[in-house]
Design a binder for this molecule. Structure first.
Ligand SMILES: [Zn+2]
Length: 242
C-alpha cells in the first residue's frame, strides 16, 4: 500500500527543503499553481502535477525547540497559547462575534524577511504586530486568529469566537491565518508549509469549511498578500485538504 495523498504532499515539501528553493528543484518537486484559479478543478487528484513522490514520510508538525513551548487547544488547534506572547486580551468593545465559521484566508506578514525561529523572538514579533494593529490601526486585537512561525509552530492569535481584522469587508465567518515572513522576498520554510497544511486541514475538518472558501488574501482583494512565494502554494494547499 502506497503513501496517502496527504503524506505524499508532505513528503514532497520535505524534498523541497532538502533541495533548496531553486527554480529547478521547484519545477520538479513542488505542487505548482493550476491555471485558472478560482476555477479550481473539480477533480484535483487527477492532475498529473500532483503525482505522489515516493519519499519517506515525515511528521507534518515539527517539535517545538524550547521547554517553554506551552501548548493549548485554541479553537480545536494545538497551538502555543496566547499567554506566551502577550498579557493583553482583546478590547471587547472593538471586537465582533464570529457568528460561525465557513472560510479561511491565508496571509503573510509582508514586513522585513523573517529568519528567526526561537520562541522568544517569535513571541516578540507577534506582540509587535498586535501593538501595531491595536495602536496605529486602532483595531480590537491582533488581526489574525493563528500565526505559523518559521519553525512551524502554530500560535494562538485572536480568539476565534471573534471576527478577525484581516480581509476588508470579509471578516465575518472567516478565520485568518498569518504565515510569518515576507513571501515576496523569501520562501516559506518547509516546516511552515507543513504546519499551514496540517492546521488548515484540521480547521476545515472541524468547521466543515468548503475547499473553495480556503483562499489567500489576494484571491479576495487586490493586494500582493500572501506574496508570490506563498501564493504559489495555495493550489497545493487546497489539493492537500481535499
Ligand atoms: Zn493579507
Amino acid at each position: 500500500m502506497g503513501l496517502t495523498r496527504r503524506q505524499a504532499i508532505m513528503a514532497s515539501l520535505s524534498a523541497i527543503a532538502l533541495g533548496g528553493c531553486t527554480s529547478t528543484a521547484r519545477t520538479r518537486t513542488h505542487p505548482r499553481p493550476i491555471a485558472g484559479w478560482p476555477g479550481y478543478p473539480a477533480n484535483p487528484a487527477g492532475n498529473q502535477r500532483y503525482t505522489p513522490v515516493q519519499a519517506p514520510y515525515q511528521q507534518p508538525v515539527p517539535v517545538p525547540n524550547s521547554a517553554a513551548d506551552v501548548t493549548t487547544i485554541a479553537g480545536g488547534i494545538n497551538a502555543v497559547g496566547r499567554s506566551n506572547w502577550t498579557r493583553t486580551g482583546p478590547i471587547s468593545s472593538k471586537v465582533n462575534a464570529m457568528n460561525g465559521i465557513s472560510k479561511i484566508t491565508v496571509h503573510h506578514e509582508g514586513w522585513t524577511a523573517v529568519d528567526f525561529t526561537s520562541q522568544s523572538a517569535t513571541a516578540e514579533r507577534i506582540e509587535k504586530i498586535r501593538k501595531y494593529h491595536t495602536g496605529e490601526k486602532r483595531w480590537g486585537d491582533i488581526g489574525y486568529h493563528y500565526i505559523v512561525d518559521r519553525a512551524g509552530r502554530v500560535w494562538e492569535g485572536r480568539p476565534i469566537q471573534y471576527q478577525g481584522a484581516h480581509v476588508s469587508q470579509n471578516n465575518e465567518h472567516n478565520i485568518g491565518i498569518l504565515v510569518l515572513g515576507n513571501f515576496e522576498k523569501q520562501s516559506p520554510s518547509s516546516a511552515q508549509l507543513k504546519s499551514l497544511y496540517s492546521t488548515t486541514a484540521a480547521l476545515k475538518s472541524k468547521h466543515g469549511i468548503k475547499t473553495a472558501l480556503i483562499r489567500s488574501h489576494r484571491e479576495i482583494n487586490p493586494t500582493t498578500c500572501p506574496g508570490k512565494n506563498l501564493q504559489n502554494q495555495m493550489n497545493g494547499l487546497r489539493q492537500y485538504v481535499g
